[in-house]
Design a protein around this ligand. Structure first.
Ligand SMILES: Cc1ncc(COP(=O)(O)O)c(C=O)c1O
Length: 476
């Protein structure tokens, strides 16, 4: 498939190009800006379905749903129509003292889908994390146990990068510079199935990790407000997947030790792991659910925290100070809520989860050559998330991820490995043809990256045998 499809090539000079102007005017997220001297940002003009169209006339298949937000493809007609209609009626009104149909209907729908309610809105994922942490600690204060204000997270967990969220985000690179600002949470072992001992199953890893959680809670529960975790897949940890047994055991332990369970479904909600919400695979009910990303189908920033009647009741009082005095200017923005409602309507119109299950099987076949590549370890999938670890002996951290992303772009593909883990989290709108493009490009980018890594690694020592084998594989 030819990637050159865009229709508005960037005819401007280099210094006047969008990328150059962006580097002068925009501070890009999660980026060491100096690295852009070698690789400027890719200027995108428009997007349609699974494709992003560059101003340079190239197009790129969005293999990671633009940071895991897009569900049904870009510029979806149903969401666009809903937004256009909403824009005619009501763009925004503050939610303190006012309400409107989109926020009410969305809250009712989310309540029906999750079994929790009292939807509280934020803008991005990190603001949902902040809301859930604050609500949990405030609940214990309101119920006469203010000492229960600590948090626990899983090793490698990621819940956002604002100062409060960093406390439960176990990614030292993101956190270290801000250590004096952060009230660090405790970390217990992850149930990541890749940590299995010889002969151990994923369930065994889950039970072992739960035993560590139990030991920690036995000692610290009196000062602990909540356990926060990403159910089933720790995405930022490199798509660490684990068995639902951990969630069942964690729920039981949280009940036993009177600690809230916060399910951060920001990345894994809305069908990503094969069920509407990932925690549903364990048949449990968390005390808080954080939602964002796919909530609006990838169109507008919106997040929500849902909780139990018991938590809500602890704030319901004559005393203003016992209320949840937290707000953001755009809380419950009508446009964002309407986009979320339109997204949920798309789940009503067809059996998305069943269609995805079928699509995933087709994609498994397309990905087989990548899965069987001699440099690949731990090939895994859950729902619409695929991941492959590249043998560390074949990679140069951190160059591998950058090089791979560059080669993927050359194959008209947006894929950005996390360290040495290649992953795909595409929109649900792929078909056989675009799926083949994704799979072939992902493999070609791996071979090109390994070929480039080869000489670099040779400086430090001999190439691993797997690399020399893989380097001989024919490009698709
Ligand atoms: C599980 C999880 N929680 C929270 C966040 C933070 O969301 P945001 O980047 O919208 O603040 C992310 C973002 O990737 C995430 O994956």
């Amino acid at each position: 498939m030819n990637g050159a499809q865009g229709n508005s090539p960037d005819k401007t000079s280099d210094s006047g190009s969008l990328a150059a102007r962006s580097l002068r005017a925009v501070w890009h997220p999660c980026t060491q800006m100096q690295l852009h001297e070698a690789a400027p940002p890719v200027a995108i003009d428009r997007a349609q379905g699974v494709w992003l169209y560059g101003v340079d006339g190239q197009r790129y298949l969005d293999g990671i749903s633009s940071w895991w937000v897009n569900l049904f493809g870009h510029s979806h007609p149903h969401i666009k129509a809903a937004l256009a209609d909403q824009l005619e009626r009501l763009d925004h009104v503050m939610l303190a003292g006012f309400t409107h149909a989109p926020v009410v209907e969305l809250s009712e729908r989310l309540g029906a889908l999750t079994g929790l309610g009292h939807a509280f809105y934020g803008s991005d994922g990190a603001s949902a994390t902040e809301i859930a942490l604050k609500m949990s600690a405030h609940y214990w204060r309101n119920t006469g146990r203010p000492e229960k204000s600590g948090f626990i997270g899983l090793a490698g967990g990621y819940h956002g990068e604002t100062v409060g969220a960093l406390a439960v985000t176990d990614i030292p690179l993101f956190r270290e510079a801000y250590a004096p600002l952060v009230r660090l949470a405790a970390t217990v072992p992850s149930p990541d199935a890749r940590g299995a001992l010889p002969g151990e199953t994923a369930v065994g890893v889950a039970r072992r990790a739960a035993a560590s959680l139990q030991a920690w809670l036995e000692e610290h529960h009196t000062h602990t407000a909540a356990l926060i975790l990403e159910p089933m897949v720790q995405c930022a940890a490199g798509m660490a997947m684990y068995d639902a047994e951990y969630l069942r055991l964690a729920r039981a332990l949280c009940d036993r030790f009177e600690v809230h369970l916060i399910a951060d479904e920001i990345a894994v909600g809305f069908g990503r792991t094969g069920t509407m919400f990932a925690h549903q695979q364990a048949g449990i009910r968390p005390d808080f659910i954080c939602l964002s990303k796919g909530l609006t189908g990838g169109t507008l920033p919106l997040s929500a925290v849902l909780t139990t009647d018991a938590v809500y009741a602890a704030f319901y009082d004559r005393d203003v100070a016992r209320g949840f005095l937290h707000s953001h200017s755009y809380t419950g923005n009508p446009l964002a809520c309407r986009a979320a409602l339109a997204t949920l309507e798309l789940f009503d119109q067809t059996d998305v989860l069943a269609a995805n299950a079928q699509l995933a099987q087709t994609l498994d076949l397309a990905f087989a050559p990548l899965t069987q590549h001699p440099a690949i370890r731990n090939a895994r999938r859950m729902g619409m998330i695929w991941a492959w670890d590249v043998d560390p002996a074949c990679t140069t951290v951190p160059f591998f991820a950058r090089r791979y992303a560059r080669h993927a772009l050359a194959h008209h593909l947006l894929l950005r490995p996390i360290r040495n883990t290649i992953y795909a989290m595409p929109p649900y709108a792929l078909d056989a043809e675009t799926g083949a493009h994704l799979a072939q490009g992902a493999l070609a980018a791996l071979n090109a990256t390994l070929a480039e890594e080869g000489p670099a690694r040779a400086v430090g020592g001999p190439l691993a045998p797997t690399l020399s084998q893989s380097a001989q594989l024919p490009l698709p």
